[in-house]
Design a protein around this ligand. Structure first.
Ligand code: URA
Length: 451
């Protein structure tokens, strides 16, 4: 910065004070905050104060874009020019039973669209793709950026965890948000998600914004606001972005856990799998194929995806990706190679009727209590345990029929968890009205269209 500009510029404390008082911070000021955080010139407590000011005062679009860009530039941006084609990724804002990425990435890659995917771990009631993939014996999610680029080029897709090189400011800021009750700020969430996604070397992004009890965003209005800002900021960053809002009141599919979810995702590739997981995979895949330029319409895209499942091409790409990442690729053809808890406890229906509710939040928390998830970021997970949701809302049940099964290492000591799962269900006389899986679709320029 030229000397005069530097003399006139606000100090870091003045930048924080401006946001506290409801004024805007310029892109340059936001960039200075993030680089000062990286160099140590800005202390964690000062960043935390700014985050709290943002929580109450918000950020406008320009500020959110500037924050995303500064966080992105705090690390390395992966270049995938050596990979032919339009690179497209999918990001889900997180839910219970959401194993879609594990089937989707190889399936989309099998249709000719390269998928570089940097995924996350489970935290709280929501599961994480990395934990699920690590249920595959030998599978490595902590690869360097060069291996990541090579596997995307050679196989068509690669799924890794965030490395220290990718948007390190996000890691630091998320840690501060977590302990200062500032996670639930839409602009901060948008900057956090997009700074990591934009670092992956993608050309386009499909977002699955989950809505409902099991989601981060519990209501439609907040989820729409998040989706709209994600699309807007992502588009401004030069990417083509589409967001789907999808239902997360009940878990997606049957399986909730790690190995059980990986098994279910591989079922999808084998042409099996629960209808809602298949539909969610196909809907997101359609968007990815259209953005990736290999299909002219959603119906053409769906036909390609269905053909890739039927021919086994999606499974073959999954095998090659697993092999390239050090895992036992035989799990794709033989899902019994995944280690799953040998004990089972059945939660029975207390009466005849229809399932009114299978509460994703409660089931997700029960899975965490079983050990399938974590309540703190430094905890490890047990890959073999989980919950199978046998009856979803709308299903007819008779008294004594299984509503859910807990899959465990041992039966003892799980009484409170069984009660929690039992309490997650409600059975009544009338079937609830069926709701759509995809609630809305958002594309650039705030245009919305029916799903
Ligand atoms: N997921 C992220 O990556 N960041 C957030 O802030 C929230 C969800």
């Amino acid at each position: 910065m030229p000397l005069l500009a530097r003399m006139l510029a606000r100090s870091l404390v003045e930048i924080i004070a401006a946001k506290r008082d409801g004024a805007s911070n310029s892109p340059d000021e936001i960039g200075r905050l993030i680089s000062a955080l990286s160099t140590g010139e800005l202390a964690d407590y000062q960043m935390a104060a700014w985050l709290m000011a943002v929580f109450f005062r918000g950020l406008d679009h320009a500020e959110t874009f500037a924050l995303t860009d500064a966080m992105l530039r705090s690390g390395r941006v992966i270049h995938l020019e050596s990979v032919a084609g339009i690179k497209v990724d999918k990001h889900s804002t997180g839910g219970v039973g959401d194993k879609v990425s594990i089937a989707l990435a190889p399936l989309v890659a099998a249709c000719g669209v390269p998928v570089p995917m940097v995924s996350g771990r489970g935290l709280g009631h929501t599961g994480g793709t990395l934990d699920k993939l690590e249920a595959i014996p030998g599978f490595r999610t902590q690869l360097g950026v060069d291996d990541f680029a090579r596997i995307v080029r050679d196989v068509g897709c690669c799924m890794i965890g965030q490395t220290a090189e990718i948007a390190p400011a996000d890691n630091r800021i998320y840690g501060l948000r977590d302990v200062t009750a500032t996670v639930e700020s839409i602009p901060l969430i948008v900057a956090s998600i997009l700074s990591k996604k934009l670092a992956e070397g993608i050309d386009a992004l499909v977002l699955d914004v989950k809505v409902g009890r099991g989601a981060f965003m519990k209501d439609g209005a907040t989820a729409r606001a998040l989706a709209e800002l994600l699309v807007r900021v992502g588009t401004r960053a030069g990417k083509r972005v589409v967001a789907l809002l999808t239902d997360m009141r009940a878990p997606l599919g049957v399986a909730v856990g790690n190995a059980v979810e990986t098994r279910e995702a591989l079922d999808v590739l084998a042409g099996e799998g629960p209808a809602d997981v298949v539909e969610c995979t196909l809907r997101l895949g359609e968007e990815m194929l259209v953005l990736g330029g290999v299909a002219g319409s959603q119906s053409e895209a769906r036909a390609k995806l269905v053909a890739a499942i039927a021919s086994g091409r999606g499974s073959r790409v999954a095998e090659r990706m697993i092999d390239a990442q050090g895992g036992d690729a035989r799990v794709v053809a033989d899902r019994s190679r995944l280690e799953i808890g040998s004990e089972e406890i059945v939660v029975e229906s207390p009466r005849d009727g229809y399932v009114l509710r299978a509460d994703a939040l409660e089931i997700g928390l029960a899975a965490v209590a079983l050990g399938a998830g974590r309540s703190r970021a430094d905890q490890s997970v047990d890959h073999v345990v989980g919950i199978l949701v046998e009856k979803k809302p709308g299903a007819r049940v008779t008294r004594g029929e299984p509503l859910a099964r807990l899959v465990l290492r041992r039966r003892s000591g799980a009484e409170a968890i069984v009660e929690r799962v039992r309490g997650a269900f409600a059975v009544g006389d009338e079937a609830p009205p069926p709701g759509p899986l995809v609630l809305d679709r958002m594309v650039a320029a705030n245009s919305t269209s029916t799903p």
